[in-house]
Design a protein around this ligand. Sequence first.
Ligand code: TYC
Length: 101
Amino acid sequence: MNDTVTKPKTKVRTKVERPRLYKVLLVNDDFTPRDFVVMILKAEFGMTEDQAYKVMITAHKLGVCVVAVFTKDVAETKATRATDAGRAKGYPLLFTTEPED
Ligand code: TYC
């Protein structure tokens, strides 16, 4: 009965790749209070006071600082939420995302 059944000539290989990660970047501006930036970093990214201060002051001095890396969806959601929290207070605070190399 199975005489005519032939095996596939090629092997099916399941390829599993790690998802590409995205950086969340904090962008400096001249208006958002330092304490507010620190508060947002703690609330949205689970940083300690010390970690948040270091990231804030790096962005303040250099213009931008990497906050953390996540999968695309998580990075975009956190960047949007953090940016919106600043906007709600009338601040131009900006978080952006970009793919890791
Ligand atoms: N430069 C702001 C100030 O002097 C503080 C600040 C730091 C704002 C980092 C944004 O991403 C930022 N009040």
